[in-house]
Write a protein that binds this ligand. Structure first.
Ligand code: NAG
Ligand code: NAG
Ligand code: NAG
Ligand code: NAG
Ligand code: NAG
Ligand code: NAG
Length: 557
């Protein structure tokens, strides 16, 4: 190395040093990740390197880029002097090479980035120029606009990567900020809980909680314990049925109904004394609001929005609690597509648990909670058909079937319908009773594609988990459920919409060892997505309440 440096000009030296810095960062990532991930990241490193080599020859070859099994340590050390550092930094900072060959094929480097199962320096620099929390931390080179050939009005204007979402979560939970001053007993309890969670005893080996599933298992366990011990929710008695207090327990919007039913029937976490409450619940159903008030074919939702606005006016006039915190200790749980719109205005201050957890429609990471969309076919038995085949009996690599809603699914089918025998990608399946063919396919597939429809969320995410099929989420700007607690990258695959062409490569690049580990994790995370008529520890009722509690404690606006 020393010998090499002497012959380089100053500028080249600087570039070389920055490249070496990046290489070291990559090596650090490799060291800090656990075994299956390291292998995975090695392939990522290798891929970036091999891609750079190709680009420096001004002849990008998509086929060779797709080879993700290059020996990483070998290539990153031996090749570093041979390649153009200019191109390297452009690849690393932008996630793509901005050149005249700007088409989907050139994006294979970012395909690798979506694979990385752990937050890493490489990914965290995939930034948007407007994200202020990263301002100044990385150079801006080129533009970072998604390169997509498909056209749709609904396409997000800005794509937020999962690692940026992680940063936003950290940022909005930053403990350095001073919380609002207040000396109420409830406020002191919240501060006490916060401090206890931040200083949680380290959990080395919890028999019940498998640590890779969580962002921080120690904090989660402590926070959950404190919730069980302390949390009190005041449910506003105001509001008429059916929009308020009425649980709808089946269908694709059932999550909000189950929550209403279970919290209203709960003694442990509720209080009739609002002065003792840490949280205030607005018990409405977004689905029943739509069913009750939407005028068919009117294409107007303003009456629904006004209805909710009026409700807030009523409770904030009648009780002092809204005004005390401007609604920030109030929460709602709503699964219908329109819920983000219905809860705009003053309700934006509330903690909103939403199925339609879309950054594009105002979801605030660290405050709002991504509510799992659970498709309940039988309210009597919400866990009907739970389970799936063991890994050895899953001959299908990837499965998707469904209506062609939205702009992503037609692209998915264009690339993958009837293309490979082990990929079952199709439109809706022929109808059979109980949807048994669909469920059988999920049970015998390794990966289940959860592509966005009209909205970012899909019941497939939870269905895949139920049938022990690894969810492959193709939905830009979708915040995955219970995001503040779960380490989604450890048991799911995220692919950007613009990378659908690489779906197969991405899945094939996942080693058998890593697949088996992910399968095990999906099985273990299942309990968090299940509704029970009588709630049990760590089930969806508790996890949802916990996420709301956790954001109540940690969110700093
Ligand atoms: C990578 O290369 C090194 C040395 O070139 C070798 O020892 C190692 O076994 C290789 N690893 C893989 C996974 O091929
Ligand atoms: C390491 O690099 C050399 C050339 O630089 C190449 O011939 C060899 O195949 C590489 N090893 C692996 C395991 O990729
Ligand atoms: C988890 O949180 C605890 C308490 O804040 C902290 O001491 C620990 O280092 C964290 N663990 C990880 C793996 O981040
Ligand atoms: C964790 O607990 C299991 C049994 O519950 C035990 O077999 C294993 O050795 C423990 N691991 C550590 C690191 O303590
Ligand atoms: C809360 O503030 C609003 C004005 O923003 C006011 O109209 C209302 O009367 C206040 N509520 C109470 C209970 O004082
Ligand atoms: C309360 O929140 C609204 C936005 O919903 C804001 O306009 C208003 O200034 C806030 N009031 C206080 C006292 O912070």
């Amino acid at each position: 190395m020393d010998l090499g440096f002497r012959y380089l000009s100053k500028a080249e030296t600087r570039r070389l040093i920055s490249f070496l810095g990046i290489s070291i960062a990559l090596i650090l990532v490799l060291q800090y990740s656990e075994l299956p991930n390291s292998k995975f990241l090695s392939s990522l490193t290798a891929k970036i390197t091999s891609f750079t080599m190709d680009t420096s020859l001004a002849n990008p070859n998509v086929e060779s880029n797709n080879n993700m099994n290059v020996n990483a340590s070998n290539s990153s050390s031996t090749n570093s002097l041979a390649m153009s550092p200019q191109v390297t930094s452009s690849v690393v900072y932008n996630g793509k090479v901005t050149s005249s060959e700007d088409n989907e094929g050139d994006d294979s480097v970012t395909t690798a980035s979506v694979l990385a199962p752990q937050p890493s320096p490489v990914i965290s620099v995939y930034k948007d120029e407007k994200s202020s929390f990263l301002q100044g931390s990385t150079p801006k080179i080129g533009d970072n606009k998604p390169v997509i050939s498909m056209n749709s009005k609904r396409k997000p204007s800005k794509v937020v990567s999962l690692s940026e979402m992680n940063l936003q979560l950290q940022h909005s939970h930053a403990s350095s900020k001073k919380p609002a001053a207040s000396s109420s007993a409830v406020h002191m309890e919240i501060l006490q809980a916060k401090s206890e969670i931040e200083n949680a005893p380290i959990v080395m080996n919890d028999s019940r909680l498998y640590s890779p599933l969580y962002r921080n298992v120690s904090m989660f366990r402590r926070s959950y314990e404190l919730m069980e011990k302390m949390l009190k929710v005041f449910i506003y008695p105001d509001g008429d049925k059916p929009i308020f207090h009425e649980p709808l327990l089946d269908g694709i919007y059932a999550s909000e109904g189950w929550f209403i039913k279970l919290i209203e029937g709960n003694k442990q976490f509720t209080t009739g004394d609002p002065n003792k409450a840490h949280l205030f619940y607005i018990p409405f159903s977004s689905r029943l609001l739509q069913l009750t008030l939407y005028v068919r074919n009117s294409h107007r939702r303003s009456n629904l929005i006004d209805y909710m606005k009026n409700y807030v006016d009523i409770i904030s006039g009648k009780y002092p609690f809204w005004n005390t915190t401007n609604g920030s200790d109030h929460f709602l749980v709503a699964c219908h597509d329109w819920a983000p719109a219905e809860t705009r205005g003053r309700m934006l201050n509330c903690i909103r648990a939403l199925c339609n957890a879309d950054i594009e429609v105002g979801f605030k990471i660290g405050k709002d909670v991504s509510l799992p969309e659970t498709y309940i076919r039988s309210a009597e038995n919400p866990v009907k058909n739970l389970g799936g085949n063991p890994p050895s009996q899953r001959p299908i690599l990837a499965f998707f079937a469904g209506g062609l809603h939205g702009y992503v699914r037609p692209v998915l089918l264009k690339y993958w319908e009837n293309k490979e025998p082990d990929m079952k990608i199709s439109g809706p399946l022929p109808h059979v009773k109980g949807n048994t063919n669909y469920i059988e396919l999920m049970k015998s597939s390794k990966f289940c594609i959860c592509a966005r429809g009209h909205e970012v969320n899909s019941p497939r995410v939870v269905e895949a988990i139920f049938h022990e099929c690894i969810p492959v989420i193709i939905s830009d700007n979708f915040i995955p459920p219970l995001f503040e607690v779960l380490n989604w990258e450890s048991f799911a695959v995220f692919i950007k919409e613009k990378h659908i062409a690489y779906l197969r490569d991405v899945l094939l690049s996942i080693s058998e060892e890593r697949y088996l580990e992910m399968h095990k994790r999906v099985k273990m995370v299942q309990e968090h997505f299940i509704w029970h008529h009588e709630p049990v520890k760590y089930d969806l009722f508790h996890m949802l309440l916990h996420s709301i509690w956790y954001n109540r404690i940690f969110y700093v606006s």
